[in-house]
Ligand binder design. Structure first.
Ligand code: 5GP
Length: 190
């Protein structure tokens, strides 16, 4: 998505350790217009996949998950990283290692918001080693639902997640694909 690539080049900062900082439009401050366009792009790509529900993880997945769900006309549900006292019903849970926080979190979704036999579209902001996307996929499988696709805003194609998701057989669609962040320089795939 050209608009997104432009924005990444203009406002993104490649930090040491293969991390891209895009807090001005995705991870802290959120650009509503761009989020809407990204949601439209995901929805158009997965238009024929009979999506029943969008699943993401708090916090950065929520805005983009919302615009995607809006355009698909389906509900959005997000996994929490901490149990709330309001989560009184039965839950699905799995452990996910956080790439940026360098810690494991138990992530949780109430069972009533992940019914069996649905087609679920997983949306996330970044794909690095694949822990987050594959963890969400585990929740979908545990629910007896199907992972109809995985939509990623920024895929770091040089890390392991890309191959792991493909090996698992999930349809993957990424709006921007980064070839390298070497020497803190952002390079996209051709
Ligand atoms: P993975 O689970 O695929 O290793 O990493 C994906 C998750 O880690 C995303 O949900 C995102 O929050 C975070 N993440 C991974 N790489 C980056 C990055 O380069 N920049 C930012 N801002 N977040 C990242």
């Amino acid at each position: 998505m050209e608009l997104l690539e432009q924005r990444i080049l203009e406002e993104g900062h490649a930090l040491p350790g293969n991390v891209l900082k895009v807090d001005s439009f995705l991870n802290q401050q959120i650009a509503p217009d761009l989020s809407l366009k990204m949601g439209e792009d995901f929805a158009a790509h997965f238009a024929e996949s009979h999506i029943d529900r969008v699943l993401t993880i708090e916090a950065s997945g929520i805005a983009i998950g919302l615009t995607t769900a809006l355009k698909l006309g389906v509900p959005l549900v997000f996994a929490r990283k901490k149990k709330s006292i309001l989560m009184t019903e039965e839950i699905f849970s799995t452990e996910i290692y956080s790439y940026t926080k360098k810690e494991k979190n138990m992530v949780l979704v109430p069972k009533k918001f992940l019914p069996a036999n649905e087609n679920v579209l997983i949306i996330d902001d970044f794909l690095a080693n694949g822990d987050s996307a594959l963890g969400l996929a585990r929740l979908v499988k545990e629910a007896g639902a199907t992972v109809a696709g995985i939509g990623i805003v920024i895929e770091k194609s040089f890390q392991q997640g890309y191959q792991k998701v493909l090996d698992a057989g999930y349809p993957l669609y990424s709006l921007a694909r980064i070839k390298s962040l070497d020497n803190c320089k952002i390079e996209f795939m051709d």
